[in-house]
Design a protein around this ligand. Structure first.
Ligand code: GLY
Length: 381
């Protein structure tokens, strides 16, 4: 990847306008309902708020509102927040670790943008529910399944890096270190066991919940147990620097640099990753959502590297090159009937789910990446 900067402010603004208008066009469809996790033929059906992905729409609304306030957007944010609050009250499909994704982009984002007291309370309640998944013996948050489920006990996944910010928020707001301590324990074990010696990553890893000892790594959404699922690597590139911003452990930045180097070294010519980094050419599908997440991660990572570190400029240039690739060849501009943003995302190839579709998270991180390139942005994470 080169060291020059390719993107003008005008070009970024033009793209943000495309995103913004798409969001405005979706306000009526997704007033209290949300886009499904993935599109069908590039069109998201409107569904009830009950999936791990349902924070991404309100996250985009917050980004849109911070770009150019519009009372129509605010009205939908308010309605969506009520749905999130109800979901928490009734604990509708919250028996998983993605409570962090859900409530960081809804409640925390609203509190950060608007200082809404009820959103702060909602975020703190959500953090308490997430804490139930922390296993003291193993020192990690169990990703999936009920905490009594023997098959899932002790299993952490790389995606969880993005659920930890809700816990840092809770400690910062309440002064109670319990949340931060658990998040720190988790991220350090993720660093130790999810990252392999060559700086590729396991998607998931099992800890022994009796002894706290490591067991083995395995994939769920990647090509094989020993391949590198592209989006998992992206969650690492972004998630480790985010934990660094909260706990100041510089080895997390080093880890993210290694993960970024591995990712960048395993891209095809147009820099848009295949769904598993095992593939670098051929007919397999890309995963544009991994690209969008990686751009956010590279930009966050570069922010914390000193000017004297050559990697800083290299990661910024790589981030621009990737987003330029997305802008030029992977948006829905050529699909006017689409209500999504990025085409050619992959949810889970092994399950045949959401293959070559728009993804709710890919769209969110595309907008976040553009926002980061456009202006100095106060993170929701
Ligand atoms: N966090 C789930 C996924 O990335 O598919």
């Amino acid at each position: 990847m080169g060291g020059s900067y390719m993107l003008s402010k005008e070009r970024i603004e033009e793209e943000i306008e495309f995103v913004y208008q798409k969001i405005i066009g979706n306000l009526t469809t997704f007033e209290t309902l949300v886009p499904a996790a993935v599109s069908t033929d590039y069109v998201y059906p409107a569904v009830e708020n009950a999936d791990w992905t349902d924070g991404f729409w309100i996250g985009m609304l917050h980004l849109a509102q911070s770009y150019r306030p519009d009372e129509r957007i605010q009205k939908v944010i308010t309605k969506q927040l009520a749905v999130f609050s109800n979901r928490l009250d009734k604990e509708i499909v919250l028996n998983h670790h993605d409570i962090g994704f859900l409530y960081s982009l809804s409640a925390v984002a609203d509190y950060r943008e608007n200082k809404t007291v009820s959103s702060r309370e909602m975020a703190l309640r959500a953090a308490k529910v997430l804490m139930r998944r922390y296993n003291e013996n193993a020192g990690i948050f169990q990703a999936w399944g009920d905490v009594t489920d023997k098959e899932q006990q002790g299993r952490m996944i790389i995606d969880c890096n993005m659920n930890l910010p809700l816990l840092y928020f809770a400690s910062n707001e309440t002064g109670d270190p319990m949340y931060r301590k658990a998040a720190e324990s988790h991220v350090k074990l993720a660093q130790k066991y999810l990252i392999r010696e060559d700086f590729s990553t396991f998607h998931t890893y099992y800890m022994d919940i009796q002894t706290g000892k490591p067991r083995f790594g395995a994939t769920a959404q990647g090509f094989s147990d020993d391949s590198c699922w592209a989006r998992g690597q992206a969650w690492g590139i972004y998630g480790f620097p985010i934990s660094f911003t909260h706990i100041g452990d510089t080895t997390l930045l080093d880890a993210a640099c290694h993960l970024a180097d591995y990712y960048l070294a395993h891209l095809p010519a147009d820099k848009i990753a295949y769904w598993d980094l095992f593939f670098q050419s051929g007919a397999e599908e890309r995963d544009t959502s991994a690209s969008a997440i990686t751009v956010c991660g590279l930009l966050e990572l570069a922010k914390h590297l000193p000017l004297t570190d050559g990697k800083k400029q290299r990661y910024e240039a790589a981030a621009e090159e990737i987003i330029l690739g997305l802008m030029e060849s992977y948006t829905t501009r050529n699909y006017p009937e689409s209500n999504g943003l990025l085409v050619q995302g992959v949810y889970s190839k092994p399950n045949g789910n959401g293959v070559n579709e728009c993804t709710a998270w890919g769209d969110y991180f595309y907008f976040e990446a553009l926002t980061r390139l456009h202006r100095s942005w106060s993170t929701y994470w």
